[in-house]
Design a protein around this ligand. Sequence first.
Ligand SMILES: [Mn+2]
Length: 401
Amino acid sequence: MSAPILMITPGATRIDVSADSSELVWPQDGRRVTLGRRTLQVLAQFAVPAPADAVAERLEKVTPGSGEAVRGAVRMLLESGVLCEFAPVLPAEVSRRTGLFGAPVTAVGDAVRTAADFVVLGVPHDLGATHRAGSRFGPEALRRASTTVFQVTPSLDGMYDPERDGRLLAGAGIVDAGDLMGEPGGFGGDLLDDLERAVGVVAGAGRVPVVLGGDHSLTLRVVDGLASVHPRIGVLHFDAHHDYGRSRSGVRAGVHHGNFLDWVVGSEAVGCVAQFGIRQLTPREPESSPKVRRWGGLSAIGADLDRIAAELPSDLVWHVSFDVDVLDPAVMPSTGTVLPGGWSYREAVGLVTGLCDRLPVVGVDVVEYLPGPDDAPAVTVAGLLARVLHHVAVSRQGSAR
Ligand SMILES: [Mn+2]
């Protein structure tokens, strides 16, 4: 029998109590376990489920002679219930015939050999969520709902849009590279490393990666991947929360969906982060940086978009990062951290597409959608995405001429 694959027991929230120790808390039953730095380093290895021996061997390579101590730490973590045996939760239907908007499904390497403008990458990752998890199921649910708003055809003639009396996404190719999968066992299968690499491959081929999250922490790796191709980049960040505070540790292992922008702002390649829709109350004003511009709450809705675009650096290409919680909970209840007072669907479409008309967009992500019992929020996200991609495609076609 093969060795059991171990994973971090789901539902834990990590609280840093000192520089050297953290407490893991399971809010459902109030269980708490305090762990020192060394043990946390071992635990971090199980972010991707793995057998204990694989982790011990991996750490042995980094620190020769550590094997026994690592095995001891794993035994302790198992006994205290911090680790458990890997029990994958699989959706009822695991086969995938069609991608986003019914697009053909193909590997990343093949996708960039097609004529497609957009390459969809699903990232079923929500280990960066600090509150309610579940956005790992987002990509699949978005794909399923997406064909009710738009369908790619082989002739790429788009679909007739009565609202605009024109065709939506005509001539725009979309292919779907499926979901990136962290490999159980963890041998070179780190999902976020793969994401960064895949984004670099897609962007390097002159295509636009369309990343379906997953929690917002993955945007850091999307920006890194884009920056490997585009040396100067800006981020259009749509969110209820500023996701930006202070780097607590400077170590990327501490990145989560509420602080990833610290690293984005700190990246040399990033020239500007323009935030829209932020409405979370915070004890202090978020730290500022000359790179960060904010249009809080509804302030950018109905504003003069030429003026907003003129206030942004003109020498950048842009990544659109759309956290669905920027929408009002009335239209978007399916997210982990809802906040009242958000945008309507039309307000979001107007602002995001208007900015895509005015700025060169090289990447798009949609994050923090957690499927619930109702499909309507997924259809809402898919509708917004179809319109955003249309405007990006039209800009690209215009600039190619
Ligand atoms: Mn966010």
